[in-house]
Each structure stands twice: as C-alpha cells, then as structure tokens.
Write a protein that binds this ligand. Sequence first.
Ligand SMILES: [Zn+2]
Length: 477
Amino acid sequence: MEFEPVIGLEVHARIATKTKMFCRCDNAIFDAKPNTHVCEICMGFPGVLPLTNEEAVKKGIKAALALGCEIKEFSKFDRKSYFYPDLPKGFQISQYDRPISEHGKITITLKDGSTKVIRVMRLHLEDDAGKLTHVGDGTLVDYNRAGTPLMEIVSEADMNSVEEASAYARQIQRIVRYVGASDADMEKGMMRFDINVSLRPKGQTKFGTRTECKNLNSFRSLEKALGYEIVRQTKVLSEGGTVIQETLGWDDERGTTISQRSKEEAADYRYFPEPDIPPLVITKAMVEELRKEIPELPEAKAARYQSELGLPVTDSRQLAESMELSDYFEKAFKISKSPKKTANWVLVELMALLNAKNSAISDCKLSPENLGKMVSMIEEGAITGKIAKEIFPEVFECNMDPARLIEKKGIKVMGDSGELEKVCAEIVAKNPQSIADFKAGKERALGALVGQVMAATKGSANPKMVNEILRKKMSEL
Ligand SMILES: [Zn+2]
C-alpha cells in the first residue's frame, strides 16, 4: 500500500524587540553571560505584574498581515501551566482560544517551479522559556531566554512532502524577516520548528495517527527528522502495526527520533485567562496603519523582476530572497540601467567574493552605486567584461569608483581607435575562408573572427565594437 504523509508545522520565531515580552529586560541575549538578562518579572517572583510590550504586539501584527491573516479586534493572553526547570513562573504566557490573528495563507514554490498554497491556521503571541544545558550528570539553567517575545505560527496540515514542509519553513523565515518582525537567525536560536506528521493510505481523506517532533533548530534537522519519521511510520504501518500518538525529540547525532512522552492534551496544560494582563484590543485604524508599513513581499517582488525587468525566474527568486539583497540590486540597477547584467554581477561575481569571505550582503563594503557604475562602464564599452572581472576584487575590497581605479592603474581600453580598426583589418585579411563563410550566411564565422581580435588585443577591446567594425569591413569587401 502506498502512503501519503500529512504534515503540519509550528514555527516559533523570536520577535525583534528591544525588550522582553512582559518586562524591560534587554532582548539581545545572544552570547550574553547566563542569567544576566533577568528581573523579578521574567523570573516569576511572587507579586510582580507583567506589562505587555507594545512593539512585540505591533511586529506580531505585521507578520500576521504579511501571512495574510485576519487581525482580531479582541484577543487575550492565557496561562499554559507545566512544570519544568526552564520555566521559572511555572507557566508560559500564551494565547489559547483567542489568538491575535487567524486564517492566513502563503504560497510556496517547489523545485519543479510549481506553487502550492499553504493555509496558516493562526499566529499568536507568547513568551519563551529559559534554556537548559546538560553537563555530565548535572544540568545548567540560563534564564536569559525566559520571557523573550515569540510569535508562534501554526499551519494547517496542508503539506504532503519533506520538500513542501521545508519550502514552507523557508518562506515563513523570508516573510518575517521582510517585515522586520524577526531576525529569524537559527544559528542564534531565534527560530525553531515543531512538526506534526501522520500517514494515510493514498486516496483516503481521514487522517492517520500523528506524532509530534519538537524543537528542531535548523532547516537541515527539520528535513532529516521529517524524512526519518515518514520512513519509520511507513514501516510500522506496512508491517500491520499502529503508530502511537506521542511527542518525539530529534537526536541529530544518531539521526533518529526518540520517544519523549505521550502527547499532552490541552487539558493537561490547565489553560486559563492570564489574570494580570488585560485583553488586547486592536483597533481597525491601528491595523491599517501597520498594513501601510508592509513592504513588497518576496513572491510579489520576484514576479515583478520577471515581468518588469525581464529577469529569469531563478535570478528573480534569488534576488528577492532577502530585503538586503534586493535593495542592493535595485540601487545598483538604478545606476547601470541594465537589469540583466546587474543581476548577473550581483548574483555571480559579488556573491562569489562575499561567500569566499563568509560574509553577508549586509556586511558588503562595496556600495551598490560603484557596482552599478562598473556595469554601466561595461555596457558603454568603456571597459571589457574581462577587465572588469580582473579589477573587481580590488573594487570590492576598497569600494573604489571603478573609473578612478582604471585611471589609476593606467588600464587602456581599446575603443573606437585607429588601433582597433587596424587589428580588425589584419584579422580580416588573414581569414578569407571565414569571410566567404560569413557572406554565405554563416553567422558563426563572425564569432570566430571576434574571438581572434579579442585574443590579439588580450581582451582589452570592446567586443560590441569589434563586432561592428568587422561587419562593416566585411560588407565593404
Ligand atoms: Zn525581565
């Protein structure tokens, strides 16, 4: 029997705020000394009162809007109780039955170019727990993360393959970054996933028994855990067994899921309205104000690059991958006026140098203006592509104006000079056969001659110009 996986994802993303969700502790906890970003509120001392962070609410709304969710005029916070040493209050403040937003959807694109709409059930706000580190036979606890603001984005079980789940998770990351709601940097623990997966015989509509795998902190572990779980459940069902509904952990070293506990039901958490925090009332006017701040999103941007600038699909998608990269491209393109060449220089040459230094576009010293200038110099024939590639590492390192660098280095470009005419004439004289071929309609013969001129000038000639001169010379013969 053939089985179909049914997958749902919960994404937890830390909201990019200055302070924590319900207190004034600094939210920049990465690399901080353990237990230094804490106070009475996030440590759950008796008698303290939490205060909702307005910035976190606004950024949560922006993310929800970008995910196509409806924002609820009324929502509230609830206590989700469980006992665990990383949770100093003894409960997490979350949103249970009245989340701030619901009913969104996003479009994902798969490797074969097809698209699929995945529904977003809800996005709600909550605070995070602390972090436990197991050392030898003891455990260390760091409460810096306790109380940091999170948005939990819950999908419907609309995905049917590892590829779809991975594409969905990546699209969520792009979107929350685009709107500035989260840095979603997984290496800094800012985003993690819980996956739900069940199998059912192909064609059946009823869901099978699902397992949940929690706290996956990279795309790689998401893909591996999901792949493993699908294979495991397929084996259980094929052998006539039943899948047990349970919560699993992922052992990255061994590459297996491990049973942690049987699945809790909502009642186990004893949800009840948080008595110390008033409900959230979000006016329509506030939503509309925030909607104005939503930038053009990656899907729309990539589509525009294709339709307006005529860029290929893959280039468009790559450029729209992050706001920083697309901003860089657009600034460079404003100067060069040549979208295809600019896209190529950004995605190939610039990326190669950035990758070699292991740095991101946000750390790029070369200004988009100087890159744009260089592309327009190539287009105008002021330098050849070959020379551009030679000087590019220096332009990149020192953020040099390419025109100044060419001047400084004394690089001569053979333009519409008598010299170039002379070289062309020589090549034409030496190749009577190519000329006959060209006259007989073989365009390829011209290419061969251009190549010879380029070789003779050591690549310093402008190929466009060489082309024109050769055509002219041959037509005169
Ligand atoms: Zn605090």
